[in-house]
Design a binder for this molecule. Structure first.
Ligand code: AKB
Length: 316
């Protein structure tokens, strides 16, 4: 029997493309998209949709019962920059939505859970280069704290209650469909849009800030591959380090400039610089590569070519 999937936060940057891919893999009617509003819904392949507040346990439970859901992808979250502006809201949404889903899984109603963590679990005391899977995690953002604590709870629910929860520490994700919202790595998406629309970009990080990043197609492949992997091969129940490319604003500028020689950039670092400075510049993801054969396809220049070609179609 096909799995029945609920995506919570289906209209966000990753949720839109994840839902579309899951519908290709499992059949449109087997994937229920849900979000608190219908923003970006046109970017999700047509199919069943529910308005759902990720903070409302009974609403999630009713939705799962009504649609006989056995798998949840919990993609709703407040990200790093927004979390600094609204700390209590970030804590409330990020933690309570996770507890609701883990508690449903604990009852046996839900068989499998995907929950995204982030490179934000790391902090200034973490080794910055090639950050290991198991290392110091002293995050300094509210978002990072919610992800670090969430990871501990995921592992706890797996160990104590046998919950099949799987997770990835996403780096910055770059895509051309739905815009990201409220993250520190968002500059790496905005820069492509502004290159096509304006021919120039003012970056909110300094030119030499190196951060781990990944093209959306790789992030979706990682997510669906991890969820398809046999349980015995999953050795990490907190969250897997995942890596593809690391680059600075200067590197991405040069990659775009190679395609668009007239493109210019200026730098005006704001409060997000301190967040970026607290995160690693590159990640060791050898455990994910060993456990479930993770590998990435896109490097900086192949991603730039794809982003520019897709956005040219969008804006012209
Ligand atoms: C953010 O910048 O907050 C996110 C993340 C790295 O989790 N993109």
């Amino acid at each position: 029997m096909s799995s029945k999937i609920l995506v919570i936060g289906a209209c966000g940057q990753i949720g839109t493309e994840l839902t579309t891919k899951l519908r290709e893999l499992h059949g449109t009617d087997n994937v229920i998209a849900s979000d608190i509003n219908t923003r970006n819904l046109e970017l999700v392949n047509a199919g069943p949709f529910e308005i759902l507040d990720a903070k409302n346990f009974n609403a999630i439970k009713d939705c799962c019962v009504n649609h006989e859901i056995d798998t949840i992808y919990l993609m709703a979250a407040l990200l790093s920059a927004t979390g600094e502006k609204y700390p209590m809201e970030a804590w409330d949404l990020n933690m309570n939505s996770l507890f609701h889903v883990l508690n449903l899984a604990k009852t046996g109603q839900i068989k499998k859970v995907f929950w995204p963590s982030s490179i934000a679990v790391f902090g200034p005391t973490t080794p910055r280069e090639n950050t290991p899977q198991h290392t110091i995690c002293e995050p300094t953002t509210v978002y990072g704290i919610t992800k670090q604590v969430g990871e501990r709870w995921c592992e706890y629910y797996h160990e104590k209650y046998g919950v099949d929860v799987r997770s990835i520490r996403y780096p910055g994700i770059i895509s051309h469909k739905a815009m990201p919202g409220g993250g520190t790595t968002d500059y790496a998406v905005e820069i492509y849009h502004e290159a096509i629309k304006e021919g120039k970009y003012e970056c909110f990080l300094s030119e030499d800030t190196s951060l781990p990043m990944m093209f959306m197609d790789d992030a979706i492949k990682a997510t669906t591959d991890l969820m398809a992997a046999p349980s015995e091969s999953i050795s990490i129940r907190s969250s897997y380090n995942l890596s593809a490319i690391s680059f600075t604003p200067k590197d991405i500028f040069e990659s775009i400039k190679a395609e668009m020689p007239e493109f210019t950039i200026t730098y005006q670092p704001d409060f997000r610089q301190a967040i970026a400075d607290s995160w690693p510049s590159s990640i060791d993801d050898s455990v994910a590569r060993k456990d479930w054969n993770w590998s990435h396809d896109f490097d900086l220049d192949t991603m730039t070519k794809e982003m520019l070609s897709q956005l040219k179609k969008k804006y012209t």
